[in-house]
Design a protein around this ligand. Structure first.
Ligand code: MTE
Ligand code: CO
Length: 423
């Protein structure tokens, strides 16, 4: 123990005097345990069992244990020119279940994080409406509220992997995805209040950040399942995620989920903004471009083992990962350990929601042989996640966005794991 304060010493003394019996209890361990190699973690009374811990209110807003300091978002320094127009990645290999903790949700900003006082924030609705409206945050919080769990995936997730295996870690190859419970108001509720004109076909969503980022959204999708959210995972949105207000566009590419949302214009055609013309379109082999590629197709990734989470033990092991689909629910996930020759159906555990991550597991015994691990998601429309080669056949090799090809991890007999591709 180092850096002990006087109150700590006091607590320790008080605690020691009350603990005279503890040593006696340990010396009566059964003979069987005594004959095994002694493990100090079990044979010795530990400090945390001996001394009082911190009192309440040491951290009014709780933080993870100091032993979890590896569980952080990471960026790739050479990927972007400046941190304001950049991205960092969710540490998928450190997570379990289906909810991404708010502080670990990857960030993608075009002009940095806008710092907005919610008292000064407004949402305006204008264009082809009966009644243009301006809402304060308090106005929105007095409207009927909904809660939904959805994944958000940046269209550029796995974008570096189009021409072959690149980045060594699922955090970097697949970490532009998060899965959050949103609280807010449906877009339909606010649009109904303004009254949309019969010729309205598209919306333009605009952010209040320095990029003034904007995207066109078809009205049918807006009225179907979109939300404007002020809450995530039970509390206010984080600044990085668009505090105080963001669009939630379930199953569609992350770029449409406008953060720091300040204006919705109703129109009869798309706006052809930068983000839907020069960006977020993919060049095909024949020179034409795909545009308005909104939906994120079914995808999956084995997060453990993976390059940042090698196998440590022979014998009993848990393989784990995520799957998701922008078209509905994930119906099944298959896993191969031999590069796609044989497949077994993984066990999905935990809730299965529409357009949300699901968690899958394969419990297996490892005898130390090399493995080529892959996973393949199937969704409620019957769509099956393609191989990278199948994707390239249709899309060529000039794409950046919408790479949902099957990932391969090579697990060496040492347990070390690498990003590879099999041709
Ligand atoms: N909204 C605004 N106003 N500005 C932005 O830079 N980035 C978009 C989208 N919404 C962005 C934005 C992109 S490309 C993505 S992938 C998601 O926000 C990322 O959301 P996140 O930072 O919560 O992960
Ligand atoms: Co994006």
């Amino acid at each position: 123990m180092s850096g002990t304060s006087s109150t700590d010493t006091l607590n320790r003394r008080r605690f020691l005097s009350g603990l005279a019996g503890a040593g006696a209890a340990l010396s009566s361990l059964p003979a069987k345990a005594e004959s095994a190699k002694p493990d100090p973690a079990i044979t010795e009374v530990q400090d945390w069992n001996r001394y009082l811990g911190d009192g309440v209110q040491k951290t009014p807003y709780g933080m993870p244990s100091k032993f979890e300091k590896n569980v952080v978002r990471r960026d790739v320094s050479w990927l972007t020119a400046s941190p304001e127009s950049s991205v960092n990645f969710t540490p998928l290999h450190e997570l379990d279940g289906i909810i991404t903790p708010s502080g670990l949700c990857f960030e993608r900003h075009h002009s940095g994080v806008a710092e907005i006082n919610p008292a000064d924030h407004r949402l305006m609705i204008n264009g082809l409406v009966d009644k243009p409206l301006v809402f304060t945050m308090d106005d929105l919080k007095r409207m009927p509220r909904v809660n939904k769990i959805h994944f958000l995936e940046c269209a550029a997730n796995s974008g570096m992997e189009w021409r072959g295996a690149q980045l060594n870690g699922c955090q970097f190859t697949h970490g532009m995805v998060h899965n959050v419970m949103y609280t807010g108001v449906t877009l339909k509720t606010v649009l109904d209040e303004a009254g949309i004109k019969p010729n309205a076909k598209w919306l333009m969503l605009e952010g209040a950040d320095a990029a003034g980022m904007n995207r066109s959204l078809p009205i049918d999708k807006a009225l179907d399942d979109c939300m404007i959210a002020f809450g995530m995972n039970g509390e206010a949105l984080r600044p990085e995620q668009g505090y105080p207000l963001r669009a939630v566009i379930p199953g569609w590419e992350g770029n449409l989920w406008v953060k720091w949302l300040r204006r919705i214009e109703v129109g009869d055609q798309p706006w052809q903004t930068r983000e839907e013309t020069s960006k977020y379109t993919d060049l095909l082999a024949d020179g034409r471009s795909r545009k308005h590629t909104f939906v994120m197709d079914a995808k999956s990734i084995v997060t453990n083992p993976s390059p940042q989470a090698p196998l440590k033990y022979k014998g009993r092991n848990v393989l784990s990962g995520f799957a998701w689909s922008g078209r509905g629910t994930v119906k099944r996930v298959d896993v191969s350990m031999d590069g796609g020759r044989n497949w077994q159906t993984a066990r999905i555990d935990g809730p299965v929601f529409d357009k949300s991550l699901v968690r899958f597991y394969v419990d297996f015994d490892w005898n130390g042989h090399e493995m080529m691990i892959q996973s393949r998601a199937m969704d409620s429309t019957g769509y099956v996640q393609p191989s990278k080669d199948e994707l390239r056949k249709v899309r060529g090799v000039n794409s950046i966005y919408h790479n949902n090809g099957i990932q391969t991890w090579l697990v060496r007999s040492s347990g070390e794991t690498e990003n590879v591709e099999i041709g």
